[in-house]
Ligand binder design. Structure first.
Ligand code: 13P
Length: 335
């Protein structure tokens, strides 16, 4: 299969009007933090067991079309000897891989961040592809302050996302492009709107310069919300601001926009997605999820690291996935 056909096939398998993506790609320090909250030690065995519980959830493929995995997971097998990648693909869930190597300060640009991992990416993608990954994810992170992100911050981060996306498409791997404007701080929703518009504008400019085929990528942005220490906004306001910014910046050729949850609670993230879809009549893109915490938090709470709770964790995950499937069709009603 040539890469264009391969990329289109992956988009066809991942994008429809009822399902979304599960982000289960927590890096080692992040999963350790999530496990610590339920007093579970982060060993390779525990991580493998927990993630195999998630991926073997009966009927998960009804609501989830793709899963983002961490490098380690690509090589792991369930206690029954089935590769975790296969647990996903058996349910028509496309396996993907987080390929960035985390973030740090952008030199000479106080307050801005930059993500690492481009060196050797081409070679790593060949390995991941052989292990079953068909799409990838790369996250650039922007903090909001009175002066950040700076013009340099915007340009440098956009360039990284575009270069990553180009390497992926060349390898026949669909890039999920994730520019995340953080919720941290006490900024207004208007300020989040202004910053996110600048971010997305710079990202699509760079994607164009690097000849990215927009039809063969997925955008994973933040919703437009006020800073977390300020207040929460009504879903209708989040929906209005989010759609305004997306309509101004995201070309219609992009097939799907899959939001991150970014610290929103599970219920809040579902309500906001529902409001967005209710207001989005005739939008050119699918508007769905790529939630990590907002899908997994209830499952982790139910699980508590105990095998006897595996089925409960699966029920909790399936329930959130089902509710978000309703929300992505604008059909969710608060419980
Ligand atoms: P959250 O939904 O928890 O923000 O995670 C999504 C993700 O993949 C962040 O990179």
């Amino acid at each position: 299969m040539d890469t264009t056909t391969e990329l289109q096939q992956t988009i066809n398998d991942m994008v429809d009007n009822t399902r979304g993506i599960l982000a289960a790609d927590e890096s080692s320090p992040t999963i350790a933090k999530r496990f610590a909250a339920i007093k579970v030690e982060s060993t390779a065995e525990n991580r493998c067991h927990y993630r195999s519980v998630l991926l073997s959830t009966p009927d998960l493929g009804k609501y989830i079309s793709g899963v983002i995995l961490f490098e380690e997971t690509l090589q792991q097998k369930s206690s029954g000897g089935v590769p975790l990648v296969k647990l996903a693909s058996q349910q028509s869930i496309v396996p993907g891989i987080k390929v960035d190597k985390g973030k740090g300060p952008l030199p000479a640009s106080p307050g801005d961040l930059i993500t690492y991992g481009l060196d050797g990416l081409k070679e790593r993608l060949q390995v991941y592809k052989a292990q079953g990954a068909r799409f990838a994810k790369w996250r650039e992170v922007y903090s909001i302050s009175e002066t950040n992100p700076t013009i340099l911050g915007l340009t440098a981060n956009a360039e990284m996302l575009a270069r990553y996306a180009a390497v992926c498409q060349e390898a026949g791997i669909v890039p999920v492009v994730e520019p995340e404007v953080l919720m941290d701080g006490n900024h207004s929703i208007e300020r989040c709107s202004e910053v996110t518009e600048n971010v997305l504008h710079s990202v699509f400019h760079a994607l164009h310069q690097h000849h990215i085929c927009l039809e063969h990528m997925i955008l994973k942005p933040n919703m437009i919300v006020p800073g977390i220490s300020l207040r929460t906004a009504e879903p209708a306001e989040v929906a209005r601001e989010t759609l305004k910014v997306l309509r101004r910046t995201v070309p219609a050729a992009v097939p799907s926009i899959n939001f991150l949850s970014g610290g929103q609670g599970p219920e809040e993230a579902t309500r906001n997605l529902n409001a967005i879809n209710q207001l989005a009549e005739n939008a050119p893109w699918q508007l769905s999820i790529s939630y990590g915490r907002a899908l997994q938090q209830p499952a982790l709470q139910a699980w508590q690291g105990k095998t006897e709770n595996d089925a409960k964790a699966q029920q909790a995950l399936l329930n959130r996935a089902r509710l978000n499937s309703l929300a992505r069709q604008g059909k969710y009603e608060s419980e």
